[in-house]
Write a protein that binds this ligand. Structure first.
Ligand SMILES: Cc1cc2nc3c(=O)[nH]c(=O)nc-3n(C[C@H](O)[C@H](O)[C@H](O)COP(=O)(O)OP(=O)(O)OC[C@H]3O[C@@H](n4cnc5c(N)ncnc54)[C@H](O)[C@@H]3O)c2cc1C
Length: 568
């Protein structure tokens, strides 16, 4: 199988290596080339050769003890795995440990390898036959690898200008919603041919050509959703709960609402997973010991809510909310109304803008707000900047560093540790192509059709310089997405929705509160309208807390609905 993707085993224990090889051949031999070596075979040179031969490496499995290595500074499996991505940026890395090491807490080198993202997982070498635990670890990594490395039939072909903002938005939307697509620059041969076949012109870019030949010229999000059979208006007449926003908070509300017998609809104009969906690696969410990608988490939660019977309405943002007797009515773009007995606002936050006109004009054309994981591969070999010093900026920098020639982080404060988790600070300081510039701010940028340079001001010296830049990713805090809400729904001065006890002043509910009982924990100043996750005033900006609030809101909605029907 000369061109099959490679599964590479590196282990110095010949007997253990033989067992791993036999197990992998049995399960994966038809689709992958299995290469098995010891450390004396110079695995780094082998990785380099495979790269030069343009071979895909899907997983490198390495035994932790490789004491025989000579001539290099590699001493252990974690040392080797830490270097795999220098040669194969997409390869997954599985550390093999002895069965006797699998019970207690992992030893320090393994903990460190996880913290520094030098391995993707660790597993005990197979002992029993068949060893399903071992195969599960391998299959999970292969599935993750295959998702972005094995070509899948394209459901949509997007033809557009590489650096146009709408073209970027569509690519981002499709990749965050896990829809297989191909992008074809309109200026290159295949893109031109596709446009001609579709009878479209460059004037209507971006053009999306569906698998069945349908052509969408500069489509809206709703038109894209409709084209793949998603609902863009409500299917039900009156729902028990309308959840507005499908980030972690909204998806949790949907899972709990639908699973507890409430007819539930979720409204999402962009992509499932919200901000979490843009995170390449969430390390601190319960139940994923070596982390989970935001995309993975979002797809799982979305499917879970779907399986419990939740409805989704895509592509049209909520534009208004009003109380009509016992109903809570949400208006969506396009004019449709979603009627429900209770509503959950879970619209999260969006990234604060730089407010520099020359850069605003290049949004999506080299200037990106948020992590924009879909752009990372396009940054291969380029000079990339990340503005911000919090965890989201740190994660973006680490992810981009896998592809970019160099990632420069522009941080206002004097130390990353002031605003970032320790594990990320360690990861950043140990990634050679990330440079951290403290006290530097962006004051301008330029480019023809796409970003080409940034102007930076060193605040300490007052010196301004212009540097070449292919892209800047801006992650400088966030604003709540609440502009669409009515004036009588109470918000704090930054626009976050005020809920529960925070609405009480001197022991009294807010003006206009119509009930004798005070607002419930997550209830807004409109009875029956709850707010959860990042959009809520005082919320902890974490995936787990958003999920927790989504589930608690459903419990409160049960009480609210019982009160409505006079059962309480
Ligand atoms: C890059 C990055 C990395 C992160 N890493 C971590 C991490 O490692 N650990 C951690 O705990 N947290 C992390 N966070 C924070 C975490 O993702 C957020 O706290 C969490 O996503 C908040 O969830 P949410 O559902 O409240 O809001 P969001 O995730 O913001 O979701 C809101 C959703 O509402 C939708 N929406 C907005 N307006 C409307 C409207 N008008 N109508 C309908 N829908 C609308 C949006 O499209 C979006 O899908 C990270 C955030 C980012 C950006």
């Amino acid at each position: 199988m000369p061109d099959a993707p490679v599964l590479l085993i590196v282990d110095d224990d010949p007997q253990a290596r033989g067992v791993v090889e036999r197990e992998l051949r049995k399960r994966y031999g038809a689709d992958y080339e299995i290469i098995c070596v010891g450390s004396t075979d110079d695995p780094l040179r082998l990785l380099a050769k495979l790269r030069d031969d343009r071979r895909l490496v899907s997983i490198v499995l390495a035994g932790q003890s490789m004491s025989q290595l000579t001539g290099t500074d590699l001493l252990t499996g974690t040392d080797l795995l830490a270097r795999v991505r220098e040669f194969h940026s997409a390869a997954k890395r599985l550390l093999l440990i002895g069965i006797d090491e699998g019970y207690g807490p992992p030893p320090e080198p393994i903990l460190q390898a996880i913290a520094l993202d030098h391995i993707d997982a660790y597993a005990a070498r197979p002992v029993a036959v068949p060893d399903e635990e071992f195969h599960l670890a391998v299959s999970e990594l292969l599935a993750k690898w295959a998702r972005s490395n094995v070509p899948r039939p394209e459901v949509m072909r997007v033809v557009g200008d590489e650096w146009s903002a709408r073209s970027h938005e569509i690519r981002d939307l499709l990749s965050r919603n896990v829809i297989p697509f191909g992008f074809y620059p309109a200026s290159a041969g295949p893109g031109k041919a596709l446009l001609e076949q579709a009878g479209a012109t460059a004037a209507t870019l971006p053009v999306v050509i569906m698998f069945d030949g349908r052509v969408l010229e500069n489509p809206s999000n709703a038109q894209l959703a409709e084209a793949i059979g998603m609902r863009t208006s409500p299917g039900g007449d009156l729902y028990d709960v309308a959840v507005i926003g499908a980030g972690p908070a909204g998806l949790a509300a949907a899972v709990y609402g639908a699973s507890e017998g409430l007819s539930t609809v979720v409204l999402e104009p962009e992509a499932i997973g919200g901000q979490a969906g843009t995170s390449s690696h969430i390390r601190n969410y319960l139940g994923f010991p070596t982390g989970v990608s935001g995309e993975d988490l979002a797809v799982r939660a979305y499917t879970q809510a779907w399986n419990f019977g939740a409805d989704y309405v895509y592509g049209n943002p909520a534009t208004g909310l009003r109380v009509r007797g016992p109903e809570r009515v949400v208006t969506i773009a396009g004019g449709d109304e979603v009627r429900s007995r209770a509503a959950v606002i879970a619209t999260g936050v969006s990234y604060r803008r730089l407010g520099i006109p020359s850069l605003d004009a290049l949004t999506g054309s080299g200037v990106f707000y948020g992590a924009a994981t879909s752009e990372a591969k396009a940054m291969k070999g380029r000079e990339v900047f990340v503005v911000g010093g919090a965890n989201s900026a740190g994660q973006a920098a680490v992810h981009l560093a896998r592809y970019a020639a160099r990632v420069t982080m522009l941080v206002r404060g004097q130390s990353l540790a002031e605003s970032m988790s320790e594990y990320l600070v360690k990861e950043i300081t140990s990634t050679p192509n990330i440079v951290v510039r403290r006290g530097a701010v962006v004051t301008g940028g330029a480019g023809t059709g796409r970003l080409e340079s940034l102007t930076l001001l060193d605040q300490a010296s007052g010196v301004t310089e212009t540097v070449p830049a292919a892209a800047v990713f801006v992650l400088i805090g966030a604003e709540p997405r609440t502009q669409w809400l009515p004036d009588d729904l109470r918000r704090d001065r930054w626009g976050f929705v005020v809920t529960g006890p925070d609405l009480m002043a001197g022991g009294h509910p807010p003006d206009g509160w119509p009930l004798r009982r005070p607002p419930m924990l997550l209830e807004s100043s409109l009875p029956g309208v709850f707010a959860v996750g990042d959009v809520r005033c005082g919320s902890v900006k974490r995936v787990a807390s958003a999920v927790g609030e989504g589930s608690v809101a459903i419990r409160l909605i049960h009480d609210y609905l019982r009160q409505l029907t006079g059962d309480l």
